[in-house]
Design a protein around this ligand. Sequence first.
Ligand code: PMP
Length: 404
Amino acid sequence: MSSNQPPLSAKLDGLQSSAIRDLLKLTSRAEIISLAGGLPDAALMPRERIAEAAEHALGDAAVLQYTESPGWAPLRAVLVERESRQLGRAVALDEVFVTHGSQQALSLLAEVLLDPGALVVVEDPAYVGALQVFRAAGARIVAVPLDAEGMRVDVLRTMLAGGERPAVVHTVSNFHNPGGVTMSPRRRAELAELADAHGFWVIEDDPYGELWFDSPAPAPVATYSRNVIRLSSASKIIAPTLRVGWMIAPDGVCRAVELLKQGADLCGSALTQQITAELLADDSWFPAHLDTVRATYRTRAEALVRAVRTTFGDRLTCTDASGGMFVWASFTDGTDTAALLPHALEQGVAYVPGAAFAVDTAYPHSMRMCFTTSDAQTLEQAVERLARAHAAGQRANSAHSIQS
Ligand code: PMP
């Protein structure tokens, strides 16, 4: 493994906010079954355990104080242990940086790694929150498509051979949002090899890796190269309100992020970081909690995929959900998912049309469906509603073509 470490950006001041909140507007009407939001299930968030840990933390007045910008040291120590296990090497404390959710890590990294006009390679379809950050940073964005094995690293290789020089390649390596797929071990090794050979950063954005159903996700891309900055988060495994994410990156990157974090918010919350540390380190509770979340999401994912396949047959292809929170489904009969959405809302079901995640490809026939917040029966009902909407859409289309 060579270490051809890429340079940092000269532009380290100025921050922009980013969000994927627009998607949540669709979920607001009570009668709608929403597969749109992309939220973890609040009913599975451990309120009592959080309250208990909060009470422990509040026993010491220091928890109300400002904390260190890279994060509350005992949480970082817990993360060192966790990530050393994940990465199969001794991760140093200086490589661990706690952020206000992994979204803040993306935002700060864009400042640290990108000069205006720098090339960022993303996956197509892409995580909207990352696109927003990279666009706000003035990056030139080029997309590489996904297939069942994740990012098409061969397409990236061709781009590199053609002379493109990315500063950053962003990947959601596990249980992709929105694509539902996981990058294969072979592609991970290839991506890392390219990062070393060409001297670019890989941001491995991994909030879903722990939410596997049948077998654990493959070893992180970060196990193959030190040019990989790995992001994880407590949002999907404990609760988003903690706003605890973390980054594993070379010391130099962490120190640059630290400079910017001081300007952004001085530091995170010692209270939620202490709560997170206690929960993550509780071996008699955390693994069982995670098992419950996995098993619940697995049942829901299976119900949704089964209902889609029995209801639509080969008119709607759908990824196998092997973890995470999403499936990506594509109509093969020409149905336009943006045009279908008003019919779907009328029938009481919401999803996000593929166009919302599009970079270079339009994805007019695709959609993202989130299976986490409804039980199996409700998901089956959602698919029935979708079928009624699909039929209504087809009737409307044929009426339109008779008239015109
Ligand atoms: N990365 C990806 C791929 C995501 O899907 C999300 C949340 N939807 C985030 C990062 C940000 O999560 P958080 O800031 O809550 O850790």
